[in-house]
Design a binder for this molecule. Structure first.
Ligand code: FAD
Length: 370
């Protein structure tokens, strides 16, 4: 199917489904099931899944622009989309042809998924992970406690990363399997409807066929899975910036103080200029990273970290500038800019915090040919 056709009508569907309800979902901490199922059934939560597996086969560039659109409407929904796409990508990269045929059509056809790496003592340092996936004949037993798993509250299946012999693996765990307990993270500060949950795995017995990429080095496996999360979050940050720019521009044009629109005051104009700059910078680095994905370029990993780093920093600063332009109007709980301010800050913590991205980029800078 031509690229332009795969996402035809997708933005209109988002407009219909989200409408002006993002603040209500944020307050309730919940996205209605029918919204998630409608998008999941149409393959829109993981649009990059190839059409051979029932997906839309969308390029990274087109999926990125769609992710930004969703992010501009509702960061919680975009977070669920990031988790679903990351689960599909992990299965695509680590799974066998039989596993692709089993899981990818489910993800492109209505099932919901999450990805669990983090543990209480393994946040930035995932090498401290203690969850185990223990082989036993044609079964495996999964034991551990994951934290902060985005979308786990909604998920039918959770891709859990753990130690496997002397290496690592991911394993596809049905959320309904005996021994799985999913507990909501109470009142997160942002992306409140993204279904963040802690996942406890007490002797969860699964067929060995659920194991993906068994025996790989842990950090290689984690980097593979996180690459999708990072590009998706980066595009989500572009969406946050676009929402903030729209709201700040509209407010600055219409609100008058000292006898003229706020936009006529140069110090307010500076905030608008900074926001526009932030949105353009974030968009350009995301476009570059997506081009690397679509071309299969060896630069893809670094370009993706760069996109996530720039996107998250610009979104956090841009959302703060938008709050400043709106003044007390943005101090109302649930205002688009107020939500953006809370959501954007979290983007600096996840998928490799600002500092962890800086460490990766510093290593790259040092190793570049001089
Ligand atoms: P820590 O690792 O304790 O770090 C605290 C601070 O110290 C950070 O600023 C960090 O940058 C800094 N720091 C740590 N080490 C260094 C260093 N070597 N040098 C410099 N600074 C350092 N996890 C999942 O597995 N799946 C998910 O879907 C998921 N979704 C999430 C969604 C949200 C909203 C949040 C808040 C978290 C989510 N997480 C998820 C967990 C997330 O990946 C971790 O929070 C993140 O990796 C940071 O770990 P931490 O919170 O334990 O912070």
């Amino acid at each position: 199917m031509p690229e332009t056709e795969t996402l035809t009508g997708a933005r209109e569907l988002i407009d219909d489904l989200v409408g002006d309800r993002a603040a209500e979902w944020d307050r309730a901490g919940l996205i209605p099931d029918d919204v998630l199922r409608t998008l999941a059934t149409r393959g829109l939560l993981c649009a990059g899944v190839p059409d051979t597996f029932g997906g839309l086969g969308t390029s990274s560039a087109a999926n990125g622009e769609f992710t930004a659109y969703v992010g501009s409407r509702c960061s919680s929904l975009r977070s669920v989309m990031t988790s679903q796409g990351m689960a599909a990508w992990t299965i695509q990269r680590l799974g066998s042809p039989r596993q692709h045929a089993e899981y990818l059509p489910q993800l492109a056809g209505g099932k919901l998924a999450a990805v669990a790496f983090s543990e209480a003592e393994a946040g930035s340092d995932l090498s401290a992970m203690t969850t185990t996936i223990e082989p036993d004949g044609d079964t495996v037993t999964v034991r551990g406690q994951k934290v902060w798993t985005t979308a786990a509250h909604y998920a039918d299946m959770i891709v859990v990363v753990g130690r496997y012999g002397s290496g690592a693996a991911a394993v596809v765990v049905p959320a309904s399997a005996p021994g799985v307990t999913v507990s909501r993270v109470p009142q997160p500060s942002g992306c409140r409807a993204a279904g963040h949950a802690d996942v406890r795995l007490d002797d969860v017995r699964l067929p060995a066929s659920a194991v993906l990429g068994g025996g790989q080095p842990l950090m290689l496996l984690v980097t593979t899975a996180l690459a999708y999360g990072r590009i998706s979050v980066a595009w989500g940050c572009v969406g946050i910036l676009r929402a903030c720019l729209d709201a700040a521009r509209e407010h600055a044009r219409t609100r008058k103080q000292f006898g003229k629109p706020l936009a006529g005051h140069q110090l307010v104009g500076r905030h608008l200029a900074n926001l526009l700059t932030a949105e353009q910078i974030a968009t350009r680095v995301c476009e570059h990273a997506s081009r690397c994905w679509d071309d299969g370029s060896p630069e893809m990993v670094v370009a993706t970290v760069l996109a996530k780093q720039v996107g998250a920093l610009q979104a956090a600063q841009g959302a703060a500038a938008a709050v400043q332009v709106l003044g007390s109007a943005a101090a109302h709980e649930g205002h688009v800019v107020e939500r953006a301010y809370r959501d954007a800050k979290l983007m600096e913590l996840i998928e490799g915090s600002t500092e962890i991205c800086q460490l990766i980029l510093a290593d790259h800078a040092v190793s570049m040919p001089g």
